[in-house]
Design a binder for this molecule. Structure first.
Ligand code: SAH
Length: 257
């Protein structure tokens, strides 16, 4: 069904995603003008994932759209939603891969926001940044400090392990995990702001053969946490870095969902 959204240009891809209601908000439509050809190594306008390297893929456009739709209330500057000035948005993209979603998130958070992309493979961390440097807008986002790409184990979130300002601050309005987690890592929930939302594919059972389901975890203004299971998905696994044992588990005591 989603193949119907494929296009022969970025414009037609976005138009088709609008026609199939994958994109319904004008600001999301605008953010998806980021040209996928700068991020996907081949068939950029096809609505399917494309291989990058290290078995990573750039997700299909419809998966990107679904993730953005889900996180949207926590991406837009608060004055877009309630007409009052809020504190700047802070967004974390774990498993940044191609960097495409980092760019889209940066368009949505506006001039005051900060987006940090984390990948655990250096070549892929660099790929996101290199891809972003293909456009003037991308260069501006990097140079202005609104976007950072970091190397790290995303299962631990990101809490500013470098000396630079932007990612030293605490907490995230939105955390997107672009890889399937074997369990819901408590640390990611802990790093959510109140309010904030985590979007994460999680294994149904603790096995690399398990099905994955998209979960959202909401933290409300009082810090109450609500976990909601959505639809099934198939992402690359969120795992230990390649030089360690496959799937080396991060030290945490997160419970199964
Ligand atoms: N959102 C990206 C998806 C890339 S695929 C895109 O559409 O381009 C998943 C990515 O998760 C890969 O780049 C992989 O290297 C990364 N990844 C897997 N385990 C990770 C971990 N523990 N920490 C950070 N990144 C991880």
């Amino acid at each position: 069904m989603f193949q119907q959204s494929s296009g022969d240009s970025n414009e037609s891809l976005v138009e088709n995603m609008c026609n199939s209601n994958l994109i319904t908000h004008p600001l999301v439509e605008s953010a998806f003008k980021v040209d996928r050809s700068q991020y996907a190594p081949r068939e950029p306008y096809k609505d399917s994932p494309q291989l990058l390297s290290h078995q990573a893929t750039i997700s299909a456009p419809h998966m990107h759209a679904k993730a953005v739709n889900s996180l949207l209330p926590f991406l837009l500057p608060k004055d877009e939603i309630v007409g009052v000035k809020g504190r700047p948005r802070r967004v974390l993209d774990i498993g940044s891969g191609s960097g495409f979603l980092v760019h889209v998130f940066a368009e949505l958070v506006g001039e005051t926001g900060v987006v940090v992309g984390v990948d655990h493979i250096e070549e892929l961390r660099n790929l996101g940044e290199t891809n972003m440097r293909k456009s003037d807008e991308g260069i501006e986002l990097l140079n202005s400090g609104r976007v950072h790409f970091r190397l790290g184990d995303g299962r631990k979130g990101w809490s500013g392990q470098s000396s630079t300002d932007a990612d030293k601050e605490d907490g995230w309005d939105a955390i997107h995990v672009g890889a399937g987690a074997i369990r819901l890592h408590d640390e990611l929930v802990r790093q959510l702001r109140s309010p904030g939302r985590l979007f994460i594919p999680v294994a149904e059972e603790e096995s690399w053969f398990s099905d994955q389901y998209i979960w959202t975890v909401d933290k409300d203004e009082k810090g109450n946490v609500t976990k909601t299971k959505h639809y099934s998905a198939k992402y690359v696994w969120l795992m230990g870095a390649p030089e360690g044992p496959l799937g080396a588990s991060v030290e945490d005591s997160s419970e199964r969902l």
